[in-house]
Every structure is written in structure tokens, then in C-alpha cells.
Design a protein. Structure first.
Length: 134
């Protein structure tokens, strides 16, 4: 079963769903779905977003700088001075919004969630319902 055959949502929506609600898509229950390389890529990207949120939540002195890379890409630099830790990562705008949404949910101040971030996450996730209804 592939994404097209099963009428599942696009990979960006799936990435955000897996980042925001990681238990919603169980690999054991949806094994055929996870055979699709696009789903594996979405799962990998979702893990990256969750790992960044976890890093930011663990360090009160974490700071994040953003630099726009393209029309829909952002380069983030995460710094935690107390650990002498720096991480550079490139994310889509939707992934950055999901990251700020997760940081807001765990009360992390390093990457504040703006109203446009929440709106973008909701907009992308709404494509999941559209895929199920069509």
C-alpha cells in the first residue's frame, strides 16, 4: 500500500501529525503504510522536530536563531551555552511552526509560538481530514 493507493495525506501533513501526536500513527498497526519511503521520511523529520523540542525543553539557557534559506526553508541554530552545545538544522516553515508549537506546549521560551505558527500547524494538519474525507 502506498500513499497514493491508501489516499493518505501528503508527507508534510504527516510529518506534523507525527511530531505533534507521535502515537497517532503506530508502525505496528499500520505496517504497510510504513513501507512507503515517503512515510519513513515523514517519520524521520517528525523525530528530528521532537528531538529539537526535547533539547530546548531541557535547557533553560537555550537560544535559537533563525535564518531564511529559501522561500519555504529556515536554518535554525540551537545554542546551549552551559553545555557548549550547538546544533544547526534546516527545517521547512511548517516544521519550524510545529517546533514552536511543541515548545509552547512544554512551556519553553527559547522558540515562542506566534499566532501565525499555530495557524500554519492547524492549516497543514487540516489537510489530514481533507484526505480522509475525499
Amino acid at each position: 500500500m502506498t500513499l497514493r493507493e491508501s489516499n493518505t495525506p501528503d508527507t508534510e501533513a504527516l510529518t506534523l501529525a507525527m511530531a505533534v501526536a507521535p502515537t497517532a500513527y503506530s508502525r505496528n498497526k499500520m505496517f504497510a503504510l510504513f513501507a512507503d519511503p515517503r512515510v519513513m521520511r515523514a517519520r524521520s523529520r517528525a523525530r528530528l522536530v521532537r528531538a529539537l523540542a526535547r533539547d530546548l525543553g531541557r535547557a533553560p539557557d537555550a537560544c535559537v536563531s533563525r535564518q531564511k534559506v529559501g522561500a519555504d526553508r529556515v536554518a535554525l541554530t540551537v545554542r546551549i551555552e552551559s553545555m557548549q552545545y550547538t546544533r544547526n538544522v534546516e527545517l521547512s516553515l511548517a516544521e519550524v511552526s510545529a517546533l514552536s508549537f511543541l515548545c509552547d506546549r512544554q512551556k519553553t521560551r527559547a522558540l515562542p509560538c506566534e499566532p501565525h505558527d499555530r495557524a500554519l500547524v492547524e492549516s497543514v494538519l487540516s489537510r489530514l481530514a481533507a484526505g480522509l474525507l475525499s
